[in-house]
Write a protein that binds this ligand. Structure first.
Ligand SMILES: O=C(O)CCC(=O)C(=O)O
Length: 294
């Protein structure tokens, strides 16, 4: 069993957080998002979620995407449309400092790629372990695992997130493993348990996935906020769905700039992205959604 994820308070030195991030590819930042913002986000997301059917989100990947997300999981983006608290979240200085340190050495600026509520429902199975950087495999594959970081993410607890509820699972150290294109269920993982406002901050290089919700009647309420390197050469996000809900939200340098440019959908499949389907069939013939992958 890998060591648990390192946990640091949001007022710890950023250098200490980066040390944990470098070593494991991920860490938990306790109290990263102030309580009032979390409460507003949670209330707005919970209300909005009442009108969203579980299992319909497809990440722009059709049936493959539905399988990836899960049959009893609710996801939606455009969070700036449901509460202004989302823009307060965008101003988070701790997350910005981490994203600055991880992404800016590789690019001119970085953009929000994903802002998505991820509510995992009772009985949902564990998601396949994957790397977010694989969405931009054409940028990372040639020099993997020594390639520049293209994406950093935070999974933020909107309520308490326990292992039983489906805390995100991660494989610390897998950001340095030699094979990029890995989709697995059976690796040894550790859960990223969160109090409301805690954030699991992780590299696009680290293997991770949503956990199984083993409860009969409780939802895992969390949201994902991801940023991507963005420059003339590494511009990877575009599409009709705005993560912020009103044009472009750029984290740096002004943190929350809204200039009307499009910002992309998460997990949009690039034209020749390696597909997990064959691996899933071999490893887990009885997984939910199996028949849809035929
Ligand atoms: O829901 C989670 O905990 C993780 C989701 C995730 O990693 C993804 O969909 O890419």
């Amino acid at each position: 069993m890998p060591d648990p994820l390192r946990r640091l308070s949001a007022d710890a030195p950023v250098a200490a957080m980066l040390e944990a991030y470098e070593a494991d590819g991920a860490l938990v930042v306790e109290g990263m998002v102030p309580g009032g913002i979390v409460a507003d986000l949670c209330a707005a997301a919970t209300t909005y979620a009442e009108g969203v059917e579980p299992g319909v989100a497809d990440q722009g990947m059709g049936e493959d995407g539905k399988f990836f997300v899960g049959a009893n999981t609710i996801r939606f983006s455009s969070l700036g449309r449901i509460t202004p608290a989302y823009f307060d979240l965008l101003d988070n200085e701790v997350y910005a400092a981490l994203a600055d340190a991880v992404l800016l050495p590789n690019c001119g600026s970085y953009w929000v790629n994903t802002a998505q509520v991820m509510f995992i429902g009772p009985g949902e199975q564990a998601q396949v372990l994957h790397r977010d950087a694989d969405n931009w495999f054409q940028h990372v594959a040639p020099t993997w695992p020594d390639c520049p970081e293209v994406t950093i993410s935070a999974m933020i607890g909107l309520e308490e997130v326990t292992e039983e509820l489906g805390a995100t699972r991660a494989v610390p150290g897998s950001h340095r493993w030699p094979e990029l294109n890995v989709y697995e269920y059976d690796l040894e993982t550790v859960p990223a348990e969160l109090a409301p406002g805690d954030a699991f901050v992780y590299s696009g290089k680290v293997l991770h996935g949503g956990g199984e919700n083993r409860t009969a009647d409780r939802w895992r309420r969390a949201m994902h906020q991801g940023c991507n390197a963005c420059s003339a050469t590494v511009r990877t996000t575009r599409g009709p769905t705005s993560a912020a809900g009103s044009g472009c939200a750029t984290c740096a340098p002004s943190r929350t700039r809204h200039d009307g440019s499009p910002v992309g959908r998460r997990s949009r499949r690039p034209p020749r992205r390696p597909r997990p389907r064959r691996r899933l069939r071999q490893r887990r013939p009885n997984a939910i959604g199996w028949s849809r992958c035929a």
